[in-house]
Ligand binder design. Structure first.
Ligand SMILES: NC(=O)c1ccc[n+]([C@@H]2O[C@H](COP(=O)([O-])OP(=O)(O)OC[C@H]3O[C@@H](n4cnc5c(N)ncnc54)[C@H](OP(=O)(O)O)[C@@H]3O)[C@@H](O)[C@H]2O)c1
Length: 305
């Protein structure tokens, strides 16, 4: 049985939502709830289900229809969006449910291999499949100026068909028919982010015991990271051309020669080298291969098995 919010909001919703795609959403955690609110606000009829029913109450009051079971929610609409904790929870929730004719859009974070397997699993059950990787935190959802977006991969036809409702919570970036590519793009960007966080942690550690206000260092640090960010384009050009010496301004020989200065400074400041050390070691190994005229692109090849 479907329960819903106040009749008045449903009547208003019906008048405002002629021809708007009806959406089913499974999963009302922090992210699912944020997604749900944007579809409701845009006037898309929304059916929701969550393992813990209490989490649906606020959305029911805002006009969502609340299904008693995941199966009932899936049966309600062609477009079924899933935003659960992980791939295992997707497995548990969708097990045994009839997915034939459904357009399954899975926004649950997964590995590329899980996404590919999930696509095959969905196709075997008669569903079309689109995988998504959300490049946003919940407060950025429904706030276009916050710059959040979702990587999509899998069925292009499905992406085009539902482009309008999918664009409501956040921007959309389609990255290919391979269902694993959204997750791969997502994890590549997040991995770079963690590398940046690691560098920032080391930088703050260096000044931690000094009479330097971290709040004063912060804008200098942020601006420097922004100034360095365009180097990713040169790295990409070198990877594409195969010529890692192209456009080099700070060669590897010079940079490796400078690493003892960083390590001595860390030691003097009582800071562990455990974040920077492994990267310096890779630089040193690449230099040992006779690549002193390159910059840092060759490190990438040392990482790939
Ligand atoms: N939050 C973020 O900043 C963020 C950013 C990007 C991507 N994401 C991704 O978005 C997805 C959802 O994240 P979230 O922030 O909404 O997480 P969350 O707040 O922890 O919510 C997890 C959701 O999964 C459900 N769930 C967990 N295990 C389940 C199971 N075995 N069976 C049925 N339902 C289960 C929970 O149901 P209950 O309410 O019953 O526990 C809840 O609806 C994750 O894949 C996450 O990586 C999140």
């Amino acid at each position: 049985m479907i329960t819903s919010g106040p009749v008045t909001s449903l009547i208003g919703m019906t008048q405002n939502t002629v021809e708007k795609t009806s959406v089913t959403l499974l999963g009302l955690g922090a992210m699912g709830t944020a997604l749900a609110r944007t579809w409701l606000a845009a006037g898309h009829p929304l059916t929701v289900w969550n393992r813990t029913p209490a989490r649906a109450a606020a959305l029911a009051a805002e006009g969502a229809r609340v299904a008693d079971s995941a199966a009932e929610a899936v049966a309600s609409n062609t477009l079924v969006v899933v935003c659960l904790l992980d791939d295992t929870s997707v497995d548990e929730v969708l097990a045994g449910i009839d997915l034939s004719g459904r357009d399954l859009v899975n926004l649950t974070t997964s590995t590329p291999a899980q996404a590919r397997a999930r696509a095959e699993w969905a196709h075997e059950r008669g569903a079309r499949y689109l995988d998504g990787g959300i490049m946003a935190v919940p407060p950025m959802i429904g706030v276009p100026e916050a710059g959040g977006y979702v990587f999509y991969s899998g069925s292009r036809e499905l992406f085009e068909r539902h482009r309008e409702p999918l664009a409501i919570p956040a921007g959309t970036t389609y990255v290919g028919e391979d269902a694993g590519f959204a997750a791969l793009h997502d994890l590549a960007l997040l991995s770079a982010m963690y590398g940046m966080f690691a560098g920032v942690a080391h930088a703050f550690a260096l000044i931690r015991k000094e009479d330097i206000d971290p709040v004063v260092l912060a804008p200098l640090l942020a601006d420097w990271l922004v100034a360095m960010a365009p180097t990713v384009h040169q790295t990409a050009e070198q990877l594409r051309s195969g010529d890692y010496t192209k456009g080099v301004v700070s060669n590897l020989a010079m940079q490796v020669a400078g690493t003892p200065t960083f390590l001595s400074t860390a030691e003097q400041q009582g800071v562990s080298p455990e974040l920077l050390g492994p990267y310096f070691e890779l630089m040193r190994r690449r230099l040992a291969q006779g690549s002193g005229e390159e910059d840092l692109t060759g490190v990438i090849d040392l990482l790939v098995h």
